[in-house]
Design a protein around this ligand. Structure first.
Ligand code: MN
Ligand code: MN
Length: 432
């Protein structure tokens, strides 16, 4: 663009070339033109949103072709997006309900990893069920494991980094955390076994690529294993009858009491003093308003959990998890109950809204603005999970209420009266 075509460039120029207009009147005229243009542009943009909203109500949005009605009807904010949605945003919605279930005698597992959910590079999720007695076999992995019990009861075993034993029973809504490389097992207890969610601090994590004790030892030469343990080779025949890739999940009888198991493992060593589990049901809310509750669990109150931070969020009907963002990590969500929607703002004019139901997974890239709204008539309950030592968030309301008002009003074209109504502080769930 030449100087002559660009009025903004001309106003900054001291060139005497333009003699038809003195500099002061030229600046005045240009400012008026710019103000008129800005007003016209803002009007046009307001109309843009109204036009999209109107189009969505009429023939422009009709849909005569083939349709997967069940999927469509579960995603109303995708089929008819808010008129404020715009541009190409990465898919940040997934679900366990379309993930392959690996079913074996003793239970099943299914997973959402970066393979099927490319936006989630930091975190992978696994949903697992074990029957009463069913075992997720003794194993460890490169990723750290955070978990919440969704239903039923289980017995955990592990050793800590000093080799001291840990055996504990967990129930619904209890959490646990096993650091990378710490070996552990999970066994479903009576009467109905259990189901739980596992969250790993690596999007590439796969349940098919963990170190299983039966897989490893079955692939160790028999004479080496005999020498390692100081036992005759023929006493090890059973090890080599294990399936090629180990047991993974298998059915065994129910264990004895917790006291019996704890007594038998302690032997010459004391039990571990590391709390690998966390009784979430006993925790008071970190934030509470009349519209909901937030419980923040991270290394500050669950010291073993140094790699994963969490928030357990309850939003009552009509409530909104306020506009906010997280400075230190991307957010991986798991929806436990209810119905909600979330808009993620992807910067540069891009925004997208998605609907969430129990069993669905959401993702918000690090620092991207978002809200979660309860769109159902029961409590919406979900988890915010972060690959981080500590939970962090900032509130849009808190920020704007603590910024010079003239500056905020000029940005948003709002009155002082409106600005003064914005909550003056962090209110995680509104209305307060
Ligand atoms: Mn594990
Ligand atoms: Mn969030």
């Amino acid at each position: 663009m030449s100087h002559q075509e660009d009025p903004a460039a001309n106003t900054a120029s001291t060139s005497p070339r333009d003699t038809r207009m003195d500099r002061r009147s030229f600046i005045g005229a240009t400012s008026a033109v710019l103000a008129t243009t800005a007003f016209a542009l803002s009007q046009a943009r307001a109309q843009e949103i109204e036009k999209i909203a109107a189009a969505e109500q009429g023939k422009s949005a009709s849909d005569a072709g083939p349709e997967n009605v069940a999927i469509r009807d579960a995603n109303p904010n995708t089929f008819l997006p808010p008129a404020t949605d715009h541009g190409e945003a990465n898919t940040f919605w997934s679900t366990f309900s379309t993930a392959h279930r690996r079913v074996q005698e003793g239970g099943w597992s299914r997973q959402v990893t970066v393979t099927d959910f490319p936006v989630s590079k930091d975190i992978a999720g696994v949903n697992m069920r074990l029957t009463a007695g069913g075992v997720r076999e003794l194993h460890w992995h490169e990723a750290a494991e955070w978990s919440i019990m969704l239903s039923g009861n289980a017995r955990l075993t592990a050793i800590d980094n000093e080799g001291r034993p840990y055996v504990k029973d967990v129930a619904k809504d209890d959490l646990w955390f096993f650091p990378a490389g710490v070996p552990h097992s999970i066994q479903g207890l009576g009467p109905e076994g259990c189901e739980f969610l596992l969250v790993f601090d690596d999007g590439k994590f796969s349940e098919g690529d963990t170190t299983l004790v039966s897989d490893w030892l079955r692939h160790t030469p028999r004479e080496v294993l005999a020498k390692n343990w100081g036992v005759p080779e023929d006493s090890l025949a059973g090890v080599y009858k294990v399936p090629q890739e180990g047991h993974y999940i298998f059915q065994v009888p129910l264990p004895g009491t917790l006291k019996q198991d704890q007594a038998v493992v302690s032997g010459s060593k004391a039990l571990s003093d590391v709390a690998f589990d966390f009784p979430l049901p006993a925790m008071a809310p970190t934030y509470q308003t009349r519209s909901g509750e937030v419980r923040v669990i991270d290394s500050r109150n669950f010291p073993v959990s140094t790699a994963i931070a969490a928030a357990h969020v309850i939003i009552k009907p009509g409530g909104l998890r306020e506009l906010h963002w997280h400075q230190n990590a991307s957010e991986w969500q798991y929806y436990l109950q209810g119905k909600g929607r979330m808009t993620v703002f992807f910067n540069g004019g891009k925004a997208r809204t998605a609907d969430f139901n129990a069993g669905d997974v959401g993702y918000v890239p690090r620092t991207f603005g978002h809200y979660v709204e309860n769109t159902g008539d029961t409590d919406l309950i979900y988890l915010e999970m972060f690959k981080a030592k500590e939970y962090q968030d900032l509130s849009a309301s808190d920020w704007l209420a603590h910024t010079p008002p003239e500056l905020v009003m000029a940005h948003l074209n709002i009155s002082r009266e409106t600005l003064q109504k914005i909550p003056n502080g962090k209110v995680p769930i509104v209305p307060a």
